[in-house]
Design a protein around this ligand. Structure first.
Ligand SMILES: [Mg+2]
Length: 254
């Protein structure tokens, strides 16, 4: 029985700053029925505060504490372990880490840095890794979709640094099981009672199932037809949109 829902955000609730048809109303309905929700994202071009502000601006009835981003999880890890990070991240995300000591780095954080993925920055990260810094990555997403185009995400750059320095990154965002478990732990339900809805078959769907959750792939956002095979073999649901995903999940049960 499904008792709580994790929503991926981009490509599931909205695309290019426009809500998916019916998504705003769906969240409102779930809110009224007191289904616990978390909005989980590897997004690395904005802080959790701006993710919340953007969703609110689009009309989504959510609470700040329901937004669970990978950068926030990375920051918590840095604080727990005493990491002083070199941040190879998007300029818009810098405020999330501004209160961490970033002198004499003993860690390298890599998120989707966009234009800052230049030779000088990547080479500095490489040098720190060769000197023993730990590599913290946001996820292995290969690409995301924006303005109708697939665009390189952080995964390929993390893998390049791993290859160059012969190290293994610690991945903090989806599809890492600990990320899903951290999101679920605040819900007071068992992982198998949670449905994860996402448009990324590897990070959202297979990742969630590997962490013991149920999952549904939606045919919006970055979805490609060839993703269905992987979703089916992982025993995931498949739906045309987030609205249909929730309907399917609850129809199966009641
Ligand atoms: Mg997505």
């Amino acid at each position: 029985m499904i008792k709580a829902i994790l929503f991926d955000i981009s490509g599931v609730l909205y695309i290019d700053r426009q809500p998916i048809a019916g998504a705003v109303e769906l969240i409102k309905t779930l809110r009224q029925s007191s289904i616990p929700m978390r909005f989980v994202t590897n997004t690395s071009r904005s802080t959790s505060q701006s993710v919340f502000a953007e969703l609110t601006r689009m009309g989504f009835d959510i609470k700040p504490e329901e937004v669970f981003t990978a950068p926030v999880a990375i920051k918590s890890l840095c604080q727990a372990k005493g990491y002083r990070p070199f941040c190879l991240i998007h300029p818009d995300l810098m405020p999330e880490f501004s209160d961490l000591d970033q002198s004499r780095p003993n860690a390298v954080i890599v998120t989707d840095a966009a234009e800052l993925f230049n030779y000088q920055q990547l080479n500095q990260a490489f040098s720190l890794l060769m000197d023993g810094a730990v590599l913290l990555g946001i996820g292995r997403n290969r690409y995301f979709k924006s303005a109708g185009q697939l665009q390189l995400d952080a995964g390929p750059f993390i893998q390049a640094l791993e290859y160059a320095a012969d190290v293994k990154a610690q991945i903090i965002g989806k599809p890492d099981a600990s990320f899903f478990q951290a999101a679920v732990s605040s819900l007071n339900v068992r992982p198998d009672e949670v449905l994860m809805i996402g448009d990324d078959v590897a990070s959202d769907v297979v990742g969630a199932i590997n962490a013991g959750l149920q999952a549904c792939l939606v045919r919006t956002g970055k979805f490609l037809p060839q993703d269905e095979k992987e979703a089916k073999s992982a025993n995931a649901l498949i739906a045309d949109s987030v609205v249909e995903a929730v309907n399917q999940a609850f129809d199966l049960e009641y």
